[in-house]
Design a protein around this ligand. Sequence first.
Ligand code: MG
Length: 166
Amino acid sequence: MYSKKNMEERIGIGYDIHRLVEGRKLFIGGEEIPYHKGLLGHSDADVLLHAICDALLGACGQGDIGEHFPDTDPKYRNIASTKLLEDTCEIIKSKGFVIVNIDSVIIAEEPKLLPFRNKIIKKISQILKINEEKISLKAKTNEGLDATGQGQAIACYAVVLIEKRT
Ligand code: MG
């Protein structure tokens, strides 16, 4: 029988935002999304995976994505963020943690992400080797307000819960 006794639970939050520009492919959650713009960044600028990485690193007290994968390091130039998430997963595993669940909110005026939600969740579940039911993804617009609302950027928030036996 599962008991909370002898389990350490840790929560983490992650946030990221990237500019939308012409001439870049759009990657969200490791999936290429058809759109005439993409996110600008040193890596593939996958805003969802970056927010999840930061939430996971935060939860286990391991700093943030910029410390582990600095954008000044040419090694990470145009790197697939799926690789960054894989490496982050190894870090939390090495600390003895497993993922309980992930919740996330993407803020994008365009494109509509709902049609890709299941594919994205499946991809993340494969990378993290966890059940799809442990991953939640919601997509919202910013009601036309601010940079995200005017289609100049896509932002994302992620919250994770991790646990380990003590
Ligand atoms: Mg980022």
